[in-house]
Design a protein around this ligand. Structure first.
Ligand code: ATP
Length: 334
């Protein structure tokens, strides 16, 4: 049991009869980064709220650092660090002053806090800005400061609710680097996110949540293996060339499924990087000119689509979605 910093069993929350979280069960192993991934309104903030004792569960059970969130909320609070979606810093104070105030409010000895502040500001890359008022900080700097602050009490687990929401790409990367460092130093992190690239990049394990229920759980690789293989896309000068290449591929038994959409051939395969050169040399032998070739590997979005029929993505219409639409249309027409 000691291996797990968080254990939930059938955890539930209703707001006036509306079930925001409908019985979630998962375990977070010590020293890992665990992500709750789902679209807006899926119940992520409510779940993190229950685990951090801000929200009272309507049912089920959650143990955090070995303590029950309902029966022992104070003990839970002593053993966790939390970064909320909305910043809770005082912008008139400097980073150092914010850290010190936080530490003292939480009952930590002043000497210990003063000793930890420079180490933690160093960890999040803010040491040289320690004495600047936060008014002059960017959103990304504030998020990193809040992570440093959450570590002051040497928590068993740090909770980060949407750690990079609203940040620009560069600031996001810096937060990701901090989370990487936490993992390397053995800190357990529990984060929520609706960005699949973030979950994939950072998390050892992910629970996908939708409408208050966990619909899949596993490592990013395990989750992606649910949707099968890679797809190789080959663009040719016209439909005839595409049909010709497709029949050659079918004859040779290359790939698991070959389909044509306009001047494009799509080949579903287990290992696209190995198959692609074979497809290209086959085309060359047959005198078929290839204009473009690419392959894609399954993403967590594909997993979400497979499970819910909806996309997790904020914006639709990237290259891959476009192709998939055409390939599907082509298949249906056959
Ligand atoms: N205090 C509340 N009273 C009533 N309904 C609520 C309350 N808080 C959340 N909800 C509802 O519960 C559902 C889950 O909300 P929650 O904030 O947990 O989702 P989320 O996955 O964190 O999404 P977001 O990232 O947008 O916050 C939503 O439908 C939301 O409208």
């Amino acid at each position: 049991m000691d291996d797990y910093v968080i254990i939930t069993e059938g955890l539930r929350k209703s707001y006036n009869g509306f079930e925001a979280v409908r019985g979630v069960s998962f375990r977070v192993r010590r020293g890992t980064v665990y992500g709750l991934l789902g679209p807006n309104g899926a119940g992520k903030t409510t779940t993190i709220g229950m685990l951090t004792t801000i929200i009272k569960p309507s049912g089920g059970r959650a143990l955090v650092a070995g303590f029950d969130v309902t029966r022992d909320p104070q003990r839970v609070r002593e053993h966790i660090g939390v970064v909320f979606q909305e910043p809770t810093v005082d912008r008139d104070l400097t980073a150092w002053q914010n850290m010190l105030t936080h530490g003292l409010i939480h009952g930590l000895p002043r000497r210990l806090v003063e000793q930890r502040i420079p180490e933690l500001l160093d960890l999040v890359g803010l040491r040289e800005h320690a004495h600047r008022p936060l008014k002059s900080y960017s959103g990304g700097m504030i998020r990193r400061l809040e992570i440093a602050r959450a570590l002051l009490n040497e928590p068993d687990v740090v909770f980060l609710d949407e750690p990079t929401i609203g940040l620009d790409p560069q600031a996001r990367m810096k937060v990701w680097e901090v989370i990487d460092k936490l993992r390397r130093s053995g800190v357990t992190v529990f984060l929520t996110t609706h960005y699949m690239d973030e979950a994939e990049r950072l998390c050892d394990r992910i629970a996908i949540i939708d409408h208050g229920r966990i619909i899949a759980e596993g490592s990013p690789e395990e989750l992606k293996s649910m949707v099968g293989g890679d797809t190789v896309y080959v663009k040719l000068p016209g439909r005839d060339a595409a049909e010709k290449l497709a029949s050659l591929l079918r004859e040779r038994g290359l790939g698991e499924d070959v389909s044509v959409a306009g001047d494009m051939v799509a080949v579903v395969a287990r290992d696209a990087p190995r198959l692609m050169p074979r497809i290209l040399s086959l085309a060359q032998e047959a005198g078929i000119r290839v204009l473009e070739a690419r392959y894609t590997r399954p993403s967590l979005n594909d997993v979400f689509v497979k499970l819910t029929g909806r996309s997790l993505r904020d914006e639709e219409g990237d290259w891959r979605d476009f192709l998939r639409l055409h390939i599907h249309a082509g298949r249906r027409a056959r």
